[in-house]
Design a protein around this ligand. Sequence first.
Ligand code: FES
Length: 262
Amino acid sequence: IDYGTPASTSEKMITLTIDGNEVTVPEGTSIMRASMEAGIQVPKLCASDMVDAFGSCRLCLVEIEGRNGTPASCTTPAMEGLVVRTQTQRLKDIRKGVMELYISDHPLDCLTCAANGDCELQDMAGAVGLRDVRYGYEGENHVFAKAGMVANDRWLPKDESNPYFTYDPSKCIVCSLCVRACEEVQGTFALTIEGRGFNSRVSSGAAHDNFIDSECVSCGACVQACPTATLTEKSVIAIGQPEHSKVTTCAYCGVGCSFKAE
Ligand code: FES
């Protein structure tokens, strides 16, 4: 289970109520993690217990009694006495709207995608009940793309320069998990987000804008963190998803210093 945010090391315990259930967690625990520990799944795309919360995808919003707005549960700490709701109709509608926007700007090639069946974007679209998208994805049918022009930086070609994985900018949802994994898990700082709006994208910052010329050490932390097929192991593209897998932070060997069997 991925609890969405790292565990708190505080020894002080606090109790709050989430969807009618009393939950006791260490002080400093996020509302998302407290919910997950209570068995309540909050939809998420940009949170992982590998890295600190960032709050970019806006899928994990919750309601807190007595407070205005809908804060992100991954970045909001649980506090003594809070009464939290995670599944109101308003939250469901917001999440569906957010997912609709993500999917409207995403290639719809799930059946032939290397991540099919192991894609958090696909899972979340199903989890929030998204069935229709009102906004058209133009992608390769866009007039600029047909003319061979790059109208959106995320339509740049795949970067296949790394021997272990590919980077496909068209599938990126700019959740920044790869950037944070590179920094916080590996301590390498090889990746960044550049651009604004539709043109925001992950960049290696290298002279030729590819991974092989960057500071990347091929540790695989970014690939492990990616919730879509943006960063995909070449072996998965070649032979498909493994029936069983080992999760490791190192692409150089199959053992892994943070080995976890699935
Ligand atoms: Fe909380 Fe993305 S999971 S904002």
